[in-house]
Design a protein around this ligand. Structure first.
Ligand SMILES: [Zn+2]
Length: 74
């Protein structure tokens, strides 16, 4: 899978919501579509910036943030 963390915000996650895709939406991690009804994770950065990810992409992304020493806020 493609995971270019350079395109994603590097910072503390201020919010996390797990839901299901409700519209045709691209995953910000791998650029594949998150289908309607598929699980998706929404991570909020800096209070307002929302990143939409597949659960497995969110896991990789958060692992990468931890590797870079970004603290977890949840
Ligand atoms: Zn993805």
């Amino acid at each position: 899978m493609l995971m270019d963390v350079g395109l994603l915000p590097i910072g503390e996650i201020s919010g996390r919501q797990v839901g299901v895709g409700s519209k045709r939406q691209r995953c910000d991690g791998c650029d594949e579509e998150i289908a309607i009804g598929e699980p998706e994770v929404e991570l909020t950065f800096f209070g307002t910036l929302v990143v939409h990810l597949h659960p497995h992409c969110a896991e990789l992304y958060e692992a990468e943030l931890r590797r870079r020493g970004v603290p977890r806020s949840d």
